[in-house]
Ligand binder design. Structure first.
Ligand code: BGC
Ligand code: NOJ
Length: 830
């Protein structure tokens, strides 16, 4: 069944009941301050780094789920009735409920006891705070006296330490209270120069900052003593768990509305301006404990001191998104495709830009930083939206590359330095840099990025041009090839769980970091295919920057690699996946389990391998035959039933989950793109739609995850819950599906020379319209497929003139250009 619907005009997903099959969340924030926000006001926020600078506490894997958020409790003082208008945490029976997740904001509206409640939550552009504008409306015929209590729980900044180091943490919590402003200043007295402020723009009747006092030691968030008593206790936290709660008394005449602006902000002071008054001898006599310099908080709160100011900030945010999403829009009869490709898919790509794989309801925000591989691929999904930021991101990523071309697998967003804890040696990593950079150049035409001086290993002394980095990337798999001439896999390739050199026997040992015993023979067909796919872009880049010899040399390496795949990477009906550390085949009919894998098949065909001799078609037919399901294509078959020490983590998962035969959505669009290379538009669209969440909206009880975002994984056919999704939001699926639908199915693809028009669609799709901002001009493209073709461009006119070929020129004139494309069936006509 459905738990909501898409409101396309307002670009919102409207959730119509609070008990969704999993918390359905949204992301707030576009610059440095971010919040995760569920449909019942759960979640948390942080400044720049979800691990190091977390403002509010969130309990992952808690019972009940989704514990912690920005909560507002209401109490009707006449009846003593208490409820939470966002449903959680009291699970209040509401007369009305709706949550609208929009672009960078969420709005919860509900009603109970004749009182309407509305909460709009967002992070304003450029400022480091969340705003929660609350409006109470008396819908009853008589006056109402309402007690409203706000509640947030502060995290002691380092989210990892906050969850583990209680012997220290229970003694360090500190706050300051000044009128309606509650300051959280734990550790400010020593090395921190930042604090949080939780404020409301009206006078309060009281406050609480000590969790036990507010809730009662043995109560949950669903039964705060203070709220039920109708009176704050003005508690001042000292150690234990600092919280922020305001008590507001609102008198509302019949029909009257009142709005309140709550701001939760992050403030920083320069080292020499930390204090307003110094610490005295008796620290805990409040006047002596040191008064923090509140100037930055004053400035922030001054800005958002009225409901009008909050509304204005929200309008600015709406404008920002409107403008961003105007860069690529789609209109088609199939509304599910149009809204996903035109809005939600791109929105998710921006979230992956901001979060990489750090903070979601499945990524705790303390584990993973920015991935070298992940961030390069994410770029494919947002480079058209924020090209300047993509450029800066490329330079950050490249600076964590080692001089030999390999890379730290991850880096930390705050320091931008490679993260040693996660290690390196994933031999696919280097190639993704070429993929990221070439997509940036195709989008912008900006070759100057290649001349930027970029450190290796974050060391300025080792800096060289970005081009030099690309060259190292290109030659890494060439110089690290195995006995079949295929690239050595190292710790793993794109499939983090194919740990062929690891041989781990110790329970609980991390496959990502444990010792890797490189045998020197474990090779990856996937890396070869990635090389064959991105390598030609490197050659083009060389040619276009007058490096003719370099280009020739590189082209020969690509030919050689393809020959190696031809000779040692083909299994008869499909492409092999790898050779293990004993030289045995993986992903072959000779194997008992794991006979066929998706990745090497999708990528080899994407790279054009086997197009001429029928192998490409055969490979994709085999994928369909062995790996396809109603919910997408599983990663491999048959699933590994037992743990294989020579394979590693892939065989550690129960059959049907994650890399062991789950539908690992990230690689499905590779097959989609591969299908377009064969011109099979109907099949390409089928693979696209199967993993696209909007098509499963009415199947939410099984799918469970949000219908407006892609999930990393959907349980495969071997799993008990086949079709159930997990790990929504932070996944390379977002970028790759956007590439597959926008560039290969709808076929509007940036290439070095311009915008290529090459649609490959189902024959029953009668046409569509795309508007595309590209290198300083707008292209309004209408594709007419009354011919019922799957692939093939018959004619293109630009502003009424017939175009030779299929590449729209770069106009760069700030004007709108009208493009009309007529399709015909390539196969029939050529
Ligand atoms: C997961 C992978 C993930 C890796 C790195 C593995 O357990 O299965 O999908 O990329 O961990 O965190
Ligand atoms: C998730 C990781 O973020 C991504 O980099 C990897 O390719 C997949 N897992 C597959 O293992």
């Amino acid at each position: 069944m459905q738990y909501g619907f898409f409101d396309d005009d307002s670009r919102e997903y409207v959730i119509t009941r609070p008990d969704t099959p999993y918390p359905w969340i949204n992301y707030l924030g576009s610059d440095d301050f971010f919040g995760l926000f569920s449909n019942t006001s759960g979640g948390y926020c942080f400044y720049r780094d979800a691990r190091m600078l977390r403002l509010t506490r969130y309990r992952y894997n808690n019972v009940p789920t989704d514990a912690g958020g920005r909560y507002f409790y209401l109490r009707d003082s006449a009846s003593g009735d208490v409820w939470t208008p966002s449903w959680s945490p009291m699970k209040s029976k509401l007369d009305r409920y709706e949550c609208r997740h929009g672009m960078g904001y969420s709005r919860i509206s509900s009603a109970k006891n004749g009182l309407a409640f509305s909460q709009v939550s967002f992070v304003p552009l450029r400022d480091t705070c969340e705003i929660h504008k609350i409006t109470l409306t008396n819908e009853s015929g008589a006056e109402k006296n309402i007690d409203m209590f706000s509640f947030i729980e502060f995290c002691l900044w380092n989210a990892q330490d906050d969850m583990t180091n209680f012997q220290r943490n229970f003694s360090i919590g500190e706050v300051e209270i000044e009128g309606s402003r509650i300051y959280h200043k734990t550790e400010y007295r020593e090395r921190r120069n930042h604090y949080a402020v939780w404020a409301v723009n009206v006078p309060t009747a009281g406050f609480d900052t000590d969790r036990e006092t507010f809730l009662g030691l043995y109560n949950g968030f669903d039964h705060p003593d203070v709220v039920f008593a109708g009176e704050s206790k003005n508690s001042v936290a000292s150690g234990w768990a600092p919280i922020g709660s305001h008590h507001i008394k609102a008198k509302l005449a019949a029909g009257e509305s009142k709005s309140f602006v709550f701001v939760l902000g992050y403030c920083e002071n320069p080292e020499d301006k930390k204090w307003q008054s110094a610490k005295g001898a008796n620290y805990f006599a409040s006047a002596n404990s040191g008064v923090i310099n509140k100037a930055p908080a004053d400035a922030l709160l001054e800005k958002y001191g009225t409901p009008e100011a909050a509304d204005k900030a929200l309008s600015a945010l709406n404008e920002y998104w409107k403008n961003l999403l105007s860069k690529f829009t789609v209109d088609a009869e199939d509304k599910r495709m149009a809204r996903m490709a035109g809005v939600w898919n791109q929105y998710q790509c921006m979230v992956t830009f901001n979060m990489s794989r750090s903070a979601s309801y499945f990524e705790s925000g303390i584990g993973r930083g920015m991935g070298f591989r992940d961030s390069n691929q994410d770029l494919l999904g947002f480079v058209h939206l924020v090209p300047e930021r993509a450029r800066a991101r490329i330079l950050d990523i490249a600076a964590t590359q080692f001089p030999d071309g390999s890379a730290y697998h991850q880096y930390q967003p705050l320091t931008k330095r490679g993260n040693n804890e996660i290690g390196s040696g994933f031999n696919d990593d280097p190639l993704w840099l070429i993929c990221g950079v070439s997509s940036y150049i195709k989008e912008t035409g900006d070759y100057s990025i290649l001349d930027e001086k970029v450190p290796f290993d974050n060391n300025d002394a080792l800096a060289d041009t970005l081009f030099a980095h690309l060259k190292k990337s290109f030659y890494y798999p060439v110089l690290n090839a195995g006995p079949h001439g295929l690239p050595l896999i190292g710790r793993a390739d794109w499939n983090d769980c194919l740990n062929l050199n690891c041989f781990s026997k110790t329970p609980g040992e991390s496959f990502q970091t444990t010792a890797n015993f490189e045998s020197g023979v474990a090779e990856s067909v996937l890396i070869a295919a990635i090389f064959a796919f991105v390598g030609p872009d490197f050659v083009e880049i060389c040619k276009r920057t007058n490096r003719v010899d370099e280009a020739e040399k590189a082209a020969k390496e690509i030919e050689k690699m393809i020959k190696a795949v031809d000779a040692h990477g083909w299994d008869g009906e499909w492409f092999l996946r790898a050779y293990d550390a004993h030289g045995k085949k993986i992903g072959s009919k000779e194997c008992e389990d794991g006979k066929i894998y998706i990745e090497s098949n999708g990528f080899s065909v994407m790279a054009g391998i086997g197009l001429e001799d029928g192998r490409a078609e055969k490979a994709l037919d085999s994928v369909k035959e062995h790996l396809d399901t109603p919910y997408g294509i599983v990663l491999l078959q048959p699933a590994y039933k037992d743990y294989h020490i020579e394979l590693g983590e892939v065989s550690s998962y129960p059959p049907g989950y994650k890399e062991n035969a789950g539908i690992f959505c990230h690689n499905n669009p590779w097959v989609t793109i591969a299908e377009t290379r064969l011109g099979r538009g109907s099949r390409a669209f089928e693979t696209y739609a199967k993993i696209c969440p909007a098509y499963r909206e009415d199947d939410s009880d099984l799918r469970r995850m949000e219908p407006y975002v892609y999930a990393q994984m959907v349980a495969g056919k071997d799993a008990i819950r086949h079709g159930e999704a997990k790990n929504s939001w932070l996944t390379g699926t977002a970028a790759w599906t956007f590439v597959s639908i926008s560039q290969y199915i709808l076929g509007v693809r940036p290439v070095f020379d311009g915008l290529l028009i090459d649609p490959c669609i189902p024959s029953n799709m009668k046409g569509f319209t795309v508007t595309r901002h590209f290198r300083g001009a707008d292209y309004h493209i209408t594709v007419d497929n009354s011919a019922g073709a799957e692939k093939g461009v018959k004619s293109i006119t630009v502003d009424g003139n017939t175009l030779e070929g299929t590449i729209l020129p770069v106009f760069g004139d700030g004007k709108v250009h009208k493009v009309v494309v007529e399709m015909h069936n390539e196969k029939k006509h050529s």
